[in-house]
Design a protein around this ligand. Structure first.
Ligand code: 5GP
Length: 191
C-alpha cells in the first residue's frame, strides 16, 4: 500500500531489537484518514470471502479492525483482552503468547459468547513480527470452532518468522507494507 509505505519511510524510526516506531500515526496517535484507507484495502483483499466477524487484540489492532468491519457492512469486531482480570467472564477462551514489545508472557482472553462455532472470522492486527499474537488469536478461534478466513496485518517485518508460522497453520496472510530490511539508516520494502 503506497501511502502507508511512504509514511513509514518519511516518519518511521528504527530502534534496537527490530522495533519500528510509527506510533505518531499507527498505534498511539492515529492518522484517521490512513486508518480508513487501511480498512478499504483489507476489504479489497478479502472481499471474495465470507467474513462474519473480525477478531483482533487490544489495543492497537482495534482501530484497523473497526475500519475493516465498516467496509464489510458493519460486521462486529471482537478483541482479545490481555490478562486474566477478575472481572472477566469465567466462560472464556484463552491462549498464551510472548509479547514482542514487552518481552514477557501475556494471556489473551475472549468471552465464549462472542465467538461461536462456524462463524467466519478474519484476523486483523497492526504488526506481524514473530507471529505470537496472531497465533494466539488463531488458537482462540479454533477453540471456538470458528472458521478462520485469513489474516491481515498492517505492517509485516518479513525478516522475522511470523508469516512462515501463520502460513504453516494453513492461514493466508496479507500485509499492507512488508519490510524486508530495516536499520536506523533506512527501511527497505519487499517488491
Ligand atoms: P508478534 O506477536 O508477531 O511477535 O508481534 C506482534 C505484536 O507486537 C503487535 O501486536 C504489535 O503491537 C507488537 N509489535 C511487533 N513488532 C513491532 C514493532 O516493530 N513496532 C511496534 N510498535 N510494535 C510491534
Amino acid at each position: 500500500m503506497k501511502d502507508l509505505e511512504e509514511k513509514i519511510l518519511a516518519e518511521g524510526r528504527v530502534f534496537e531489537g527490530n522495533v519500528l516506531k510509527i506510533d505518531n500515526f499507527l498505534n498511539h496517535q492515529i492518522d484517521v484518514e490512513l486508518c480508513g484507507k487501511i480498512g478499504e484495502e483489507f476489504h479489497r483483499l478479502f472481499s471474495d470471502r465470507q467474513v462474519d466477524k473480525i477478531l483482533t487484540v487490544e489495543a492497537s489492532g482495534i482501530a484497523y479492525a473497526v475500519t475493516t468491519a465498516q467496509q464489510f457492512g458493519n460486521i462486529p469486531i471482537v478483541y482479545a483482552k490481555k490478562g486474566n482480570a477478575k472481572n472477566m467472564d469465567k466462560d472464556r477462551y484463552t491462549a498464551d503468547a510472548i509479547s514482542f514489545t514487552r518481552g514477557g508472557p501475556v494471556t489473551f482472553t475472549v468471552a465464549k459468547e462472542y465467538l461461536r462455532p462456524g462463524e467466519h472470522v478474519l484476523i486483523i492486527d497492526d504488526f506481524l513480527a514473530t507471529g505470537e499474537a496472531v497465533s494466539a488469536l488463531i488458537e482462540i478461534a479454533r477453540q471456538a470452532g470458528a472458521e478462520i478466513v485469513g489474516c491481515g496485518t498492517v505492517v509485516e517485518k518479513s525478516f522475522q518468522t511470523g508469516r512462515q508460522r501463520i502460513e504453516a497453520q494453513g492461514i493466508e496472510v496479507c500485509s499492507l507494507a512488508r519490510i524486508k530490511e530495516m536499520t536506523p539508516q533506512g527501511i527497505v520494502f519487499e517488491d
